[in-house]
Design a protein around this ligand. Sequence first.
Ligand SMILES: NC(=O)c1ccc[n+]([C@@H]2O[C@H](COP(=O)([O-])OP(=O)(O)OC[C@H]3O[C@@H](n4cnc5c(N)ncnc54)[C@H](OP(=O)(O)O)[C@@H]3O)[C@@H](O)[C@H]2O)c1
Length: 255
Amino acid sequence: MGKGTALITGASSGIGAELAKLCAADGYDVVLVARQRAALEDLAFSLSQAHGIAARAVIADLAGPASARAVFDSAGAVDILINNAGFGLRGAYAGTDWEAEARMIQVNVTALAHLTKLYLPGMIARRSGRILNVASTAAFVPGPFMAMYYATKAFVFSFSLAIANELQGTGVTLTVLCPGPTRTNFFETAGTADTNIIKGPSMSAASVAREGYGAMMAGKAEIIAGSRNRWMIFGTRLAPRRLLAGIARRLNSPA
Ligand SMILES: NC(=O)c1ccc[n+]([C@@H]2O[C@H](COP(=O)([O-])OP(=O)(O)OC[C@H]3O[C@@H](n4cnc5c(N)ncnc54)[C@H](OP(=O)(O)O)[C@@H]3O)[C@@H](O)[C@H]2O)c1
């Protein structure tokens, strides 16, 4: 018998695809959730072949308000829930498209919160389960020109630590992963491919996923990926927020 089932949102590329590979290599059956059918089906096929596990794709647009419920109904009970799907949006807030901002809140915040709510009662009843929510180092600073994206990640971070605390003694753990800049499709999608942030150091999606997976399996409440990012975020504790907003403004500006 297998170890159980892991559901990974945003598994069609980047950090989510790497997390799915780690779950499968560890012996978990996987349910891969995203919009891009071909990418999900290719990954499901290669993981089932490589690791002898069951892998299937659930095609879902998590920007739809009923999507979390539909994913839950389709996937059934899982032992691991990884809320990784997310995207960014760049631009001065006065000029961005509200529909796009609202979709981002729905994917980054609402779907993550709803899936957590749907899966927790079953996990608590079984006294076993692990949840990994993907936030960002953006959670720790105000982010001019990506204001809503940074704020969605601040939500994910605060929300996750609170639920992790509520879960003490239940046998269920929740971990929040904060990656810094990571080489994925994120910057193209967010419209930040020409900004200062991608001129700086970055990590591979595989190494971020490894740190997140290890922390989740160890039942840690939080993990900032990479020692450089850990030191940087430690430094933000001492700096005035106004100064941090200025630094983020430079990072989110064209290089
Ligand atoms: N890359 C970075 O520098 C970085 C830093 C910190 C945090 N993060 C976070 O890491 C997570 C993964 O991003 P990534 O860097 O791996 O970027 P990515 O390669 O662009 O992956 C994003 C994933 O989210 C899925 N997704 C986006 N919109 C969706 C929707 N409406 N419905 C369902 N799935 C959707 C995408 O799948 P489909 O397009 O197939 O739907 C894709 O699988 C995100 O939460 C991101 O905010 C990234």
